[in-house]
Design a protein around this ligand. Sequence first.
Ligand code: NAP
Length: 484
Amino acid sequence: MVSRVIPVETFDLVIFGGTGDLARRKILPGLYRRYVAGQIPEGSRIIGAARAELDDAGFRAFVAEAIEEFVPAKARDAEAVARFLEHLHYVSVDAKGTTGWKELGKLIRKDVVQAFYFSVAPSLFGDLAERLHGNKIATPDSRIVVEKPFGRDLESARALNATLAEHFAESQIYRIDHYLGKETVQNLMAVRFANILFEPLWNARHVDHVQITVAETVGVGGRGAYYDRSGAMRDMVQNHMMQLLCLIAMEAPYQFDPDAVRDEKLKVIRALEPVTPEDIVRGQYRASKDTASYPADAENPNSTTESFIALKVEVANWRWKGTPFYLRTGKRLRARASEIAIVFKEVPHSIFGDEEGWRENVLSIRLQPNEGMTLSVMIKEPGPGGMRLTEVPLDMSFAEALGEDGADIPDAYERLIMDVIRGNQTLFMRGDEVEAAWAWTDPIIAGWEAKGDKPKGYDAFSSGPEDALMLLHRDARRWREIAE
Ligand code: NAP
């Protein structure tokens, strides 16, 4: 069932921050996997760039280790790794200085696809754009890939968009949100727009509510200082969860074309109602027997940053008016599980009376672990004994369909990098989308900053603060279980 691999055009890909954590864990192992899959043409080159003084051999050794650590053993092959490493090069470059730019300019070819991945701190994005342009390295066809976070509010996002726009056209800028590269997220579009089954039901008349949960078991230890300046709203809701919400709520684009898709997503963001304080619950995890509290992890005893947030969001348009979207995300929760659940309304009248165990139909889209979709339907319990109803899942688990443990499903980063080389922006955020998302987020954050809102404590490895449960109870609904 794995789809055909079509090689991309020959490319030079420069990874600024090529020695960083993201490059080591995701970008470079992902490129190796695409190489093994036959998608990367032999003439292509991957050029690591950072300030560290490495040579090609040093960088290759670094990448070999990264592959060893982050590619599952059965997908590794010594001979393929050796061949892949031959495509790697390294230039020592300072994003803020003059070092290395001449060398990079000489190395990079103008007659192949050129892509520059900004896998560095956002404070360097502007410097990189300026120097790529100033040193005449970039061409009007070059692509730049920009990592998150894209700003921390509307003003900074606008400023960043303006800086990038001085040197690159919007069609050259790929703002990455790796959630959009997930197999299931793309499948959401296929399920919605390649089937007649769901679309007639996909509206406030038939959908009772939508739940989007992104739960993690890890705390913020290690990156506590960074996280404490951001919090769950900026780190997860403004970008990843907003993108998921858009894909569920958007109208059918007139074709599967980058701007057509992004136009529809933008309309959803613009239709979001402001959220009132009573529709938001913020939380901070407490210490457990073995793990530290959020303020301890963040090394800020007086921190008021949220490690958990739940919100009730309304999309004010004809399709969705009256169907709430409940979003929740947090650290140190019960399980590592991300799910979108479309909870349909009950049948208007039950001909079976008040059956015990009666449940609504739910389309559950799991992003992790075990990417897949399940549609729960009511059927007759098999066997004699009258008409008793039971709920069964119609299961579409991609992990099973695509091979044991899903090892053959390309990681989101792999897919997205190949899209950059292909020049396909469909799964990347456009500048106006990011700004619209901040325009919705800013007043929410300003609201709780103005009143000195303090997050509620919640037990580590729980489902979050009690108040988050109340957010749904009060509407006579309940959250789905956070489970792997
Ligand atoms: P990191 O581990 O701190 O790596 C930073 C990289 O940038 C290093 O290679 C560093 O190498 C290089 N660098 C720093 N200053 C530089 C300069 N002046 N000129 C050239 N290179 C410079 O950071 P990261 O975790 O990989 O994150 C990179 C980006 O991805 C950030 O924007 C981050 O927000 C985003 N991101 C990361 C993750 C993740 O899981 N790590 C997830 C999502 C998004 P030298 O010090 O040798 O120069």
